[in-house]
Structure formats: C-alpha cells, structure tokens
Ligand binder design. Structure first.
Ligand code: ADP
Ligand code: MG
Length: 266
C-alpha cells in the first residue's frame, strides 16, 4: 500500500515516518520512506531549476517501490490536492490502496519547531502555507484524510495507528472488489445495450427490405409494421431492466419472422 503523509513543514512528518517505518517492519511489512527531500538532500545545493527533476524522480521512485511490492511511506508536505490526487491515482492504477494521514499542529507549535531546528524555511513561508491550506476533503470527498493526527497534543500510539491502517487497507480492498463486480455488471449492461442497438438496426433493415419487396403494402400497413417494430424494441427495453434480454435473441428472430408472415398474408 501507499501511505501518504500530508502536513506542513515542521509538523513532524519525517519523525512520524521513521517511527511508523520501524513499527511496520516489526509486523513484517517491508517498507520504504520516500519523498522529495530525500532527493533534494542528494544535491550539494538547492536550485529552483532542479525541482522538475526532483519531482519526476520522486514519482518514479514511488512507482517502482510499489511495483516491487514495498509499502511506501511518502514523506512530503503533499500540500496541494493535485499532488494527493496523483498519488491516489498512481496507487489505484497499480491496484494498491492509498492511506492518507494528515498530521497537524497549531501554527505557534510549527513556528517554534521550525526555529528550533534552524529555520531553513522562513517562518513567514510556513505561516502563509498554514493560512492558505484548504482543509482536506472540503473541496473533494475523495480528499478526506483516512487518519488525522495531532502531533502536538497526544503521544503518538503507533501500534494503534498500524492497526487502523491495516483495517483501512482491508476496507478499501473490499470496496474495490465490490466496484470490480459492479464493473462486470456494467459491462453486461453494455452488452445488452449493444445487443439492443444491433436489434434496432437489424429490425429496421429487415422491415425496410420487406417493404421494398412488397410494393403493394398500404400506408396503414407500413405504419402498423413500423409501430410493431418500435414497440418490440421498447418492450425489450423494459425486459432488459431485469437483465434477461439475451434470452430474447432467439425469440426476436421468431417474432419478427412471424410478424412479417402475418403482414404478408393479410
Ligand atoms: P517535518 O518532516 O514535517 O518537517 P520533522 O519530523 O522534521 O517535521 O520535525 C520537525 C521538528 O519537530 C523536529 O525538531 C522534531 O524533533 C520535532 N518533532 C517532530 N515530531 C514531534 C512531536 N510529535 N512532538 C514534538 N516534537 C516533534
Ligand atoms: Mg521532513
């Protein structure tokens, strides 16, 4: 699975990641912590024009780690919902679950922690981010965090968190399998839909040919024939709701032939 952390600088993401990682391996979950800082720190200096590469590299490392079967802890601010959506999307494409954990703390705490560790980022930047941060899930339902942890108030209970993560992972997997069977149902409906379209085209064609070959049919008869056809398709539409349309494939041929015979003999 992919464990996506979300939180402002100094909230405690890297500390949390390391503790979570150790606890996960105690439970035999092979895992790796990844994030843009890891790549940033591999450069001797920081330059704005490195950022595109850093982000690209981060994505590809996460992707490959998931392919390898590792649980990935993404230690990044993941400040924008577009980044969160990308990570969820990546996990889902690989048929993995994404568990989002939102770490939060009051602004004063963030600023104090930032100063205490040397203020590599100016406090004003954190302040700005804090004020502009959209609460997760207010704009998009999918963006609601799976877990919210206040790194200020509570002593973090990692065993409890891991139990919750496992439970969420199971729940998400079972929702996914329900969706999958829904997809199968939908594809059946699609087949029905295609089948009905085929009938529509075919009956139109059969009746068109019939009219062409029987030039002495009265207008009234042609109209009746055309209504028969329409009603037949319409009735199929109703039957289709119960999902028994395929049963009517043979019935259709018999029906339309009988119908045409009747018209001919009238
Ligand atoms: P982030 O990765 O989110 O920027 P860090 O994990 O590096 O945050 O933590 C920032 C500072 O806050 C560090 O000095 C760390 O020791 C401290 N810190 C982290 N988590 C906690 C916590 N739960 N309680 C108190 N201090 C913490
Ligand atoms: Mg960090």
């Amino acid at each position: 699975m992919l464990i996506m952390l979300v939180g402002l600088p100094s909230v405690g993401k890297s500390t949390f990641s390391k503790n979570l990682s150790k606890k996960l391996i105690e439970r035999n979950i092979d895992n790796i912590i990844l994030g843009t800082d890891l790549i940033r720190e591999s450069f001797p200096v920081w330059k704005e024009n490195y950022e595109d590469y850093i982000k690209k590299m981060n994505k590809s490392l996460i992707s490959e780690a998931l392919d390898e079967g590792f649980t990935v802890i993404v230690d990044d601010t993941n400040y924008y919902n577009s980044k969160r959506r990308d990570l969820i999307h990546m996990a889902n494409l690989k048929d993995k679950n994404c568990i989002s954990i939102y770490l939060k703390a009051p602004l004063e705490v963030l600023l104090a922690r930032n100063i205490a560790r040397g203020a590599k980022i100016p406090n004003s930047v954190i302040e700005d981010m804090y004020l502009k941060f959209d609460e997760m899930g207010t704009k998009y339902k999918w963006d609601k965090p799976d877990l919210e942890i206040d790194t200020h108030l509570e002593a973090i209970n990692f065993d409890e968190i891991i139990d919750k993560i496992f439970k969420l992972d199971d729940e998400k997997s079972s929702i996914k399998s329900t969706f999958k069977s829904k997809d199968i149902e939908n594809s059946d409906n699609n087949d029905n839909y295609n089948f009905k379209n085929k009938l529509d085209v075919e009956t139109r064609h059969i009746i068109g040919e019939f009219i062409k070959n029987n030039k002495n049919l009265s207008k009234e008869k042609i109209k009746r024939l055309s209504n028969y056809r329409k009603n037949y398709i319409k009735n199929l539409r109703d039957i289709e709701k119960d999902g028994i349309i395929i049963k009517n494939e043979k019935e259709f041929n018999e029906y339309i032939l009988t119908l045409l015979e009747e018209f001919k003999s009238e």
